[in-house]
Design a protein around this ligand. Structure first.
Ligand code: PLP
Length: 227
């Protein structure tokens, strides 16, 4: 068992490289988003010392407290639901918003981004597992909104993201990942523009997600320990 954050990161990176190789891609095709939610800035600093630059937080408030204490050149991903009253606080902190799941919210983010003169990178969250408990676009609703979403000038729409329901059967998990990848391809050809990023997979299943095409994996407990 890894005993330090540096050792755990090393082990996760090796697994990412092996899974990428199994999917015929170089290790650099997959970005590790280290999910630091609930862990203190000192834990993030330890990961930074071990070479990690990309981090994920699920709450704007926690980001407000933590991100300013850390080096300014890190890349932060918001991976939790973004309420409309938090957009103005979120945009200066987070470079990526991974959880856009309605046209209304996208338009609100676009408006605030215009005021703040920024253009956040956006992932469209899809409820591909059709899980009642999860946020995210139903695939048909996303198909309907897609052209309007990618037309918003202050959003840099980069791809799709999903949070899966816990499945006892890994073949179902794999099928969900594969469906998100297929939906990405469909939207790319309809929209005539690339959607290079697929954010899927967490500590339990990131290797499988990479085998199915993930370009971003969100890994928390396998790096920082249990929450
Ligand atoms: C917490 C969280 C993760 C990381 O989960 P682990 O099981 O700790 O790897 C990934 N994605 C989202 C959206 C999360 O909230």
């Amino acid at each position: 068992m890894p005993t330090s954050i540096a050792d755990a990161l090393d082990s996760v990176r090796q697994r990412i490289a092996a899974a990428a190789a199994r999917s015929g891609r170089p290790a650099e095709a997959v970005t590790l988003v280290a999910v630091s939610k609930t862990f203190p800035p000192a834990a993030v600093a330890e990961a930074v010392a071990a070479g990690q630059r990309v981090f994920g937080e699920n709450k704007v408030q926690e980001g407000l407290e933590k991100i300013p204490l850390l080096p300014a050149d890190l890349e932060w991903h918001l991976i939790g639901h973004l309420q409309s009253n938090k957009i103005r606080k979120a945009l200066p902190l987070f470079h990526w918003i991974e959880t856009v799941d309605s046209l209304e919210r996208a338009r609100q983010i676009d408006r605030v981004a215009s005021e703040l003169s920024c253009r956040p990178r956006i992932l469209l969250q899809v409820n591909i597992g059709n899980d009642d408990a999860k946020y995210g676009y139903a695939p048909d609703a996303l198909r309907a909104d897609f052209e309007d979403l990618v037309a918003l000038p202050h959003l840099d729409v980069r791809g799709l993201m999903t949070i899966l329901p816990i499945e006892s059967d890994p073949t179902r998990t794999r099928a969900h990942f594969a469906r998100l990848c297929t939906l990405r391809g469909e939207l790319e050809s309809r929209g005539g523009r690339p959607l290079p990023e697929l954010s899927m997979g967490m500590s339990q299943d990131y290797e499988m997600a990479i085998e199915e095409g993930a370009t971003l994996v969100r890994v928390g407990s396998a790096i920082f320990g249990g929450r």
